[in-house]
Write a protein that binds this ligand. Structure first.
Ligand SMILES: [Zn+2]
Length: 322
């Protein structure tokens, strides 16, 4: 084992979201060796946001380890378009069809750049280093402000042509359900995201514990204390997630569903009803018995996964599950 990746190739990773732009040099064991961090300029125009990305890259380039960097991986809030190298993140309004790949390529001195959506990146990380390790067929999900995901099939990450495959948050599980910001109805995200868990609890008459904001974490706290309205809101979210997981298992045969993101932090309040509902939706022999487990990687999943997805996309050895 080389201390701090002193030898061996490195991949420069960028994790770009609505609040922060994180960068790191990732070694072949998935460890961040050098880091950089910038806030995403709120409401910034395209060039202002790009300037923050370029600064994050420049800080990485200034590290002596940069000489070992062979590629750049970007995991970005979606939608992304890996075919054209552009991004249009919902929560970065300054970027619409923004040519992020060529711009990062310039900032990184001409290294190859691979772009994926953040759900796909998280999936690559969990498959390489986390809870999906050792599974050849997995669905990984992030349940947070939104709901995203990605797929590993036949032992390989499946990013899809544009880098968005596995986006389970916008599968409809309620045909005549509420309108979703994406334009569809009854999406998993519209029912199971943190803000929707809190909204539904409030609408049913739930009150947050004294001194707390009405967030999904507060609903989880109430549910742990047995509040029936809080329990019901988590149960409904769990049902939506279970229906989405069952649909995925039936469509492509997965062995495990890994769930990360802030809402997964609710623990048994989410996972117990989820497994219960799943047993009623995933009924055919080949779909029944899908394991549901919490994600293992925390906030570094985006960075580690961006590196892994880039390595797979470019055929680099050493950065993917063996
Ligand atoms: Zn939707």
């Amino acid at each position: 084992m080389h201390p701090h990746g002193a030898t061996g190739p490195l991949v420069a990773a960028l994790d770009i979201g609505g609040t922060k732009i994180a960068g790191a040099l990732i070694d072949t064991e998935g460890r961040p060796v050098v880091r950089s961090l910038r806030p995403t300029p709120p409401g910034g125009d395209g060039e202002t946001v790009m300037r923050a990305v370029a600064e994050a890259v420049a800080e990485l380039r200034a590290a002596p380890q940069w000489s070992a960097v062979v590629a750049v991986g970007i995991g970005s809030a979606g939608p992304v378009d890996a075919l054209h190298g552009t991004v249009s993140p919902v929560n970065v309004p300054g970027w619409r069809d923004f040519p992020l790949v060529p711009r990062v390529g310039e900032a990184a001195g001409g290294l190859p750049v691979v772009l994926t959506g953040d759900g796909v990146a998280m999936t690559a990380a969990e498959h390489w280093q986390g809870a999906a390790r050792g599974y050849d067929n997995a669905l990984c999900m992030v349940v947070s402000t939104g709901v995203g995901g990605g797929l590993v099939l036949g032992g390989a990450l499946l990013p899809g042509p544009t880098g968005n495959a596995g986006h389970i948050g916008h599968i409809s599980v309620d045909l005549d359900g509420d309108l979703c910001p994406c334009g569809s109805r009854g999406c998993v995200e519209r029912i199971a995201s943190g803000p929707n868990i809190a909204r539904r609890a409030l609408e049913s008459g739930w009150l947050p514990p004294a001194g707390t904001e009405p967030t999904a974490a507060a609903v989880a706290e109430s549910a742990r204390g047995g509040d029936p309205l809080a329990v019901a809101s988590f149960d409904r979210a769990a049902q939506a997630l279970a229906a989405g997981i069952a649909a995925t298992a039936t469509l492509v045969e997965i062995n495990v569903a890994v769930i990360g993101g802030g809402v997964a932090g609710a623990g048994p309040v989410l996972f117990d009803p989820l497994r219960d509902h799943l047993s009623r939706y995933a009924t055919l022999s080949f779909a029944a018995g899908v394991e549901v487990v919490p994600a293992k990687l925390g906030t570094d999943a985006g960075l580690v996964g961006a590196a892994a997805a880039a390595a797979q996309g470019l055929g680099l050895s050493g950065f993917v599950a063996g």
